[in-house]
Design a protein around this ligand. Structure first.
Ligand code: DLL
Length: 435
């Protein structure tokens, strides 16, 4: 049995959870129908009235919301309260062509921070910890969310934000940080920088890391755990539903517990919209059960994963989601074959390379091309061309086995691929420019 931030709810019986969800969904649908004209219209088009929603199972009757709806309704169209009741916005970077602006009342922020506090406690956090938050602060939800959670747990919080890695390391060492929160790619970079400065993993006081905001593989977890000397926990969330803390890993690390008292999760077939049973891979859909200012119902995340309700040794009863395999829109279709960047990462780390790579997809003579730049570690570097070529061939073979198609591998010198301080950019797909 672990420690919990809110034991009554985190270990509540299934009956109790369903009772809470039944009660909240009725209230929430009424709130949305009365206050969000955009969604009221979608419900009217579907012929669904708030009275039709009597239990959480009735949620299937409601229409979905998608990124396209968010774009259409930008900026105020999905607001559920008066602006005077909102105290903050957060937003996404908009790098994938979408800019989401989410609104929060004070209550929304309190509940969000509680979700992050649950994640920190699940990773072993207490008020004796020093929690270094190096997710970006500002519009991105990572910094503010974990910062708020860390305060609620009572940790000494270091609001570092991302970047300035020398300063991160200095504070980590001087103030004895015990928990670090950042993207997994930045954690890998911090590990690399520590080593370069001559520190061993045992030289720092870190015990746990809370990493998310981008897909990362089990191989990457192992690599980070070794380089920092910690246990690495996954955390998931998205701006549309609040930010980090929608779900988080406990010590069992077999999936992330979804905070089911606040977020109702469904898995659907992305093609047909049909709800799939536990255990099947599909698109994750969330309903915010109690958000006031930005109350999205049946929001399609595009993240692909699996739900499981197997009992967990940590004592938490909330449903677990698997690590997202990637977003359905991150999946590359190359010469008809589905390729996830995470598969490429798995091969690279298994073959002894560092997680510094860049996937380049293009089109030549109407055929898709797949090239991967892979950075050599200093000890792998050789100035003999034949050595490098042999390594490239070996890696191409391993990739072909995993992916079903063979990419062209280019081994590049140490330090030649840009490091990430936030969400790593791992793929450049120039086909899109010509489509
Ligand atoms: O990335 C919120 C967050 C901040 C989560 C810090 C965890 C830690 P967005 O920028 O809106 O919000 O991006 C959300 O990132 O739909 C997933 O595709 C991806 N994502 C988030 N967490 C994970 C994770 C934040 N643990 C999008 N594993 C989501 C894989 C993740 N993908």
């Amino acid at each position: 049995m672990g420690n919990y931030f809110q034991p009554e709810i985190e270990t509540a019986s299934r009956e109790k959870i369903i009772e809470i969800q039944n009660e909240k969904i009725v209230k929430q649908v009424k709130h949305v129908y009365e206050n969000v004209a955009y969604y009221r219209n979608l419900m009217d088009e579907k012929g669904v009235k708030p009275e039709d929603i009597k239990t959480i199972d009735d949620i299937k009757k409601l229409p979905f919301l998608s990124k396209a709806d968010l774009r259409d309704a930008y900026p105020y169209g999905l607001l559920g309260t008066d602006l005077k009741d909102c105290v903050r916005i957060q937003s996404t970077s908009g790098t994938t062509g979408r800019r989401v602006v989410a609104f929060y009342t004070q209550k929304d922020i309190d509940l969000w921070e509680e979700c992050c506090a649950r994640a920190i406690v699940a990773a072993g956090g207490t008020n004796e910890d020093v929690c270094q938050v190096c997710y970006g602060y500002g519009l991105f939800t990572g910094g503010p969310g974990l910062n708020g959670g860390s305060h609620k747990v009572g940790c000494l919080t270091l609001p570092m934000s991302s970047g300035n890695t020398d300063r991160q390391i200095q504070f980590m060492m001087d103030l004895g940080s015990t928990i670090i929160c950042c993207t997994p790619s930045y954690a890998a970079f911090i590990g690399e920088s520590l080593k370069e400065k001559g520190y061993k993993p045992s030289d720092n006081k870190l015990k746990a890391g809370i990493f998310g905001a981008e897909p990362w593989t089990e191989e990457m977890r192992k690599q980070i755990e070794e380089s920092l000397g910690i246990k690495a926990y996954d955390i998931y969330g998205l701006t549309e539903t609040s930010g980090p803390g929608v779900s988080f890993e406990c010590e069992e690390q077999t999936g992330m517990h979804i905070n089911e008292d606040h977020f109702y999760a469904e898995i659907i077939d992305p093609e047909t919209g049909e709800v799939l049973p536990d255990g099947e891979v599909g698109e994750l859909v969330f309903t915010s059960l109690d958000k006031e200012a930005f109350p999205l119902l049946r929001y399609r995340t595009r993240d692909l994963c699996v739900l499981t309700r197997k009992p967990c040794s940590c004592g938490r009863t909330h449903v677990k989601m698997s690590k997202p395999k990637g977003r359905s829109d991150d999946m590359l279709i190359i010469r008809g074959v589905n390729v996830f960047p995470s598969q490429i990462e798995t091969v690279l780390l298994n073959e002894g390379y560092a997680p510094n790579y860049l996937i380049k997809v293009g089109r030549e003579n109407n055929t898709d091309t797949l090239d991967v730049d892979v950075e050599l570690l200093p000890e792998q570097f050789s100035d003999k061309v034949s050595d490098i070529q042999a390594k490239e061939k070996a890696l191409e073979g391993a990739m072909r086995t995993m992916l079903g198609i063979g990419p062209k591998i280019h081994l590049v010198p140490p330090k030649s691929i840009a490091r990430s301080e936030g969400k790593a950019v791992r793929v450049i797909d120039t086909r899109k420019l010509h489509d």
